[in-house]
Design a protein around this ligand. Structure first.
Ligand code: ADP
Ligand code: 5GP
Length: 188
């Protein structure tokens, strides 16, 4: 629990198309500032070769639904046929919390935590295609993810996400860190 008078930790939602660089940027932010942590989601999708061992809790449908029905997720969504959910945050953890989730999840967080900061990391489709194919995604999977990217960009604009272009990794990481530092000083 946050002590009386102390500032509540920030909640920062990071969304963006697959391959935009969310995971890479979030790792850098957590590395450079130990007062930032990232929530580990549950998913029913199969692990990919590029997944780090702590990317997700990989579970089956039964396990996911049981946790959902027990109120174990603050938000959850189906994405390209698989379930993804954010476990209820630990209220004793005073670190600022990043949720790396899709825009539908961001919408649910906005309703529950209106002061959450929303950041959408983006890159041009041609570069997305290059990065997804570089990590070994099948062509049909890339096409589905690009279609989803178009839908998410529209929804992110409606929700007033701050858009950060990740054409340069250091620049994009710095831009997001500045958003976090400003919110620490001035409030979200
Ligand atoms: P996401 O988490 O959004 O799916 P990743 O962080 O896994 O994306 O990044 C996808 C790929 O793009 C990785 O191989 C990563 O190293 C690479 N990448 C990330 N940012 C950049 C960048 N600015 N320029 C070039 N490659 C990048
Ligand atoms: P991926 O399969 O590339 O790891 O993730 C697919 C999409 O699901 C990405 O947009 C990612 O941000 C999103 N995602 C990951 N975890 C969660 C979660 O817990 N909730 C929601 N709503 N989306 C998630």
């Amino acid at each position: 629990m946050t002590p009386k008078g102390a500032k509540a930790p920030l909640v920062i939602v990071i969304s963006g198309p697959g391959g935009a660089g969310k995971g890479t940027i979030v790792s850098k932010l957590c590395e450079q500032d130990p007062t930032i942590t990232v929530s580990r989601s549950w998913t029913t999708r199969e692990p990919r070769t590029d997944d780090k061992k702590d990317s997700y809790f990989f579970v089956n449908d039964v396990e996911f639904n049981k946790h959902k029905d027990n109120g174990g997720f603050i938000e959850w969504n189906e994405f390209l046929g698989c379930m993804y959910g954010t476990p209820m945050p630990d209220s004793d953890d005073e670190r600022d919390l990043i949720l790396e989730i899709d825009v539908s999840g961001g919408r649910q967080i906005c309703r529950k935590i209106p002061q959450a900061i929303l950041v959408f990391i983006d890159v041009e489709d041609s570069e997305l295609r290059r990065r997804l194919s570089g990590r070994g995604d099948e062509q049909s999977e890339i096409d589905k993810r690009l279609l989803e990217a178009g839908r998410e960009r529209k929804e992110a604009k409606e929700l007033n996400y701050r858009i950060v272009l990740n054409d340069d990794l250091s620049k994009a990481t710095k831009e997001i860190y500045e958003i976090i530092c400003r919110a620490r000083l001035e409030g979200p």
